[in-house]
Design a protein. Structure first.
Length: 206
């Protein structure tokens, strides 16, 4: 409790000037404090905008994105002042755990195909060895796309690819069909198509 609050509580029993004299407080200072207590505190508009934007975005926006929102409403405030408002109201951005897709089947019961290129010399001609892989790409607006690519190991160039919203067997096989249609390798090289397809077509659980 402050000195001024103590005086305010005793003012009905003891004269204010006497209380101020005992507590060594200037009466003018006490009356000034009393006037300030009677004036309602108005929260600045930019602080209201910060709290409203924070609530509108489900308490997930941090100071960086809140600054963009508030400045778009015409309030020229920086991240430091926004951080101060959030701290004063006990607000903290809740960051959801982001989903990271997996391109590898983690099921231990699934048997992986053997690496038949292990220990083999690097190819010296094009269309002798193709290797494939799958990755994922973030999509604008949320979600993911899956990209399957076949690469000529000799030229280190992409020979076929396909992009889809799901990672099923057709993703890999379609990329391989495109590579065969563009490169047209000899029939002797095209025979292992089924083996390559089986090797790279294990669908993963996104």
């Amino acid at each position: 409790m402050s000195v001024y609050q103590h005086i305010a509580q005793r003012a009905g029993q003891v004269p204010v000037r006497q209380l101020c004299q005992v507590l060594r407080v200037a009466p003018a200072a006490y009356y000034a404090w009393q006037r300030r207590q009677q004036v309602p505190t108005v929260e600045p508009a930019w602080q209201v905008a910060v709290r409203e934007a924070f609530a509108y975005h489900s308490q997930r926006y941090g100071t960086r994105r809140l600054r963009v929102e508030v400045q778009a409403d015409g309030h020229a405030v920086g991240r430091w002042r926004i951080r101060r408002v959030l701290k004063a109201h006990g607000l903290r951005a809740q960051q959801p755990r982001s989903f990271v897709p997996h391109t590898t089947d983690s099921d231990p019961a699934v048997r992986a195909a053997p690496n038949r290129l292990l220990g083999q010399p690097a190819p010296t001609a094009a269309n002798r060895v193709w290797v494939g892989d799958i990755t994922y790409l973030p999509r604008q607006g949320g979600g993911w796309l899956y990209l399957a690519v076949w690469l000529d190991r000799c030229a280190r160039k992409v020979v076929g690819w396909d992009v889809r919203e799901t990672m099923l067997e057709d993703l890999v096989s379609e990329a391989l069909r495109r590579a065969l249609a563009v490169r047209r390798p000899p029939a002797a090289i095209r025979r292992p198509k089924r083996r390559l397809k089986r090797r790279h077509s294990c669908p993963a659980k996104p």
